[in-house]
Design a protein around this ligand. Structure first.
Ligand code: ADP
Ligand code: MG
Length: 362
């Protein structure tokens, strides 16, 4: 039998001033799993998290933790009875308490003996590699160390689920990757289920086993990062993760003609406008020799294009092309050893299995 979900949201709804900011969110999180709740600013992520924490009341739907309804028609447990751990950007350690006292604070009122409490605190400080700072005060620690104290404090009472709201966004860019990896390792070791709210696709892909992509109060797609990235549900889902090229075309007999030859458009009716979406790294570039590469079933027909401009951005170069065919603009990323001059002619091809075909304007 599969594990019972650690957390289930069923059709959660919440409005402010008559506007539904959370509009029927359903989601399930397995034990030991990190789920990234990913979406643009204002789409309702924090509101969803606050309802799970119990500091905000849903006006519709149910929240179930370990099979027990904590919010819904028949229940509304206060935050302290939900067994959730919280971590926010401004995680606010108590400045007048030492590191170990800060962590012990998470265990208050749980009827734990002094010795057991001390053991749990020291065990956690070991895990976050701060045991030798147990007696230090928060201002004596670096930003990353303070973050680890906050994590230890939140994990101290063994929460059934950790709720993290953009916990890394206040950190220095160069520190962030290391702290993310460390945090993830600790969470995995504890085996806690995690709901991580973020508006950054890279952060979600780096940390989450599963991503729930949210937009305007709804989950538009849920799945493993690889699948969400490579099989986006719609154009906006594709564009949330990277720049995209969009070719507009009209369907004729389940096919459509473009500068790159024919594309299959199964399921799209005759005469329909469609959009073919291609990420910049999936355009292939060939030098202008012998009329370009031969057309193939996999890559279609090459299209002649001229470099408009090329920019070096570190690990790759970003090249903007203009197609001879219709003057439309396409962007491609190429290895940064390559920075072609404006005006250079190339042939572009598009691998059919890297394209996504959607109805126009969806
Ligand atoms: N307490 C509140 N009162 C009124 N409007 C709110 C309140 N909290 C959030 N909102 C609005 O609800 C929308 C969703 O907010 P939020 O859940 O914080 O989004 P996110 O975390 O995805 O950025 C926003 O438009 C925000 O302004
Ligand atoms: Mg937020």
């Amino acid at each position: 039998m599969p594990d019972q979900p650690r957390l289930e949201l069923h059709d959660l709804v919440r409005s402010y001033a008559g506007r539904r900011v959370v509009d029927g969110v359903s989601l399930s999180i397995a034990p030991g799993q990190v789920t990234g709740l990913l979406g643009p600013s204002g789409c309702g992520k924090s509101t969803t998290l606050r309802m799970i924490a119990g500091v905000e009341t849903p006006e519709g739907g149910r929240i179930v933790i370990d099979g027990r309804e904590v919010a819904g028609a028949g229940a509304n447990l206060p935050p302290e009875q939900r067994s959730v751990g919280l971590m926010f950007q401004d995680f606010a350690l108590f400045p007048h308490l030492s590191v170990s006292e800060n962590v012990a604070f998470g265990l208050k009122g749980r009827g734990m003996g002094r010795a057991a409490q001390r053991d749990r605190v020291m065990d956690l400080l070991d895990r976050v590699r701060l045991a030798r700072h147990a007696a230090a005060y928060p201002h004596e620690l670096s930003g990353g160390e303070q973050q680890r104290v906050a994590l230890a404090r939140a994990l101290a009472p063994h929460p059934r689920i950790m709720l993290m709201d953009e916990p890394f966004s206040g950190l220095d860019n160069r520190l962030r990757d290391g702290i993310r990896d460390e945090t993830l390792a600790i969470l995995k070791e504890e085996g806690t289920a995690v709901l991580l709210v973020t508006h950054e696709p890279e952060e979600a892909m780096r940390m989450a086993d599963e991503i729930a992509l949210m937009r305007r109060g709804r989950i538009v797609q849920q799945g493993a990062p690889y699948n969400i990235y490579n099989a986006p549900a719609d154009r906006a889902a594709a564009a949330f993760f990277s720049d995209v090229n969009v070719i507009r075309a009209r369907v004729k007999g389940a096919l459509t003609d473009t500068a790159f030859g024919r594309f299959l458009a199964p399921g799209h009716p005759d005469g329909a406008e469609i959009e073919i979406v291609i990420r910049p790294q999936h355009l292939r570039i060939d030098f202008d020799r012998e009329g370009g590469p031969r057309p193939t079933a996999q890559d279609g027909t090459p299209a002649r294009a001229r470099v408009e401009r090329a920019r070096f951005i570190g690990k790759e170069s970003l090249v903007e092309f203009r197609l001879d065919h219709d003057g439309s603009r396409m962007i491609a990323t190429v290895p940064s050893v390559f920075l072609p001059a404006a005006g250079t002619v190339f042939w572009l091809t598009v691998r059919r299995d890297r394209c996504h075909v959607f109805p126009a304007g969806a």
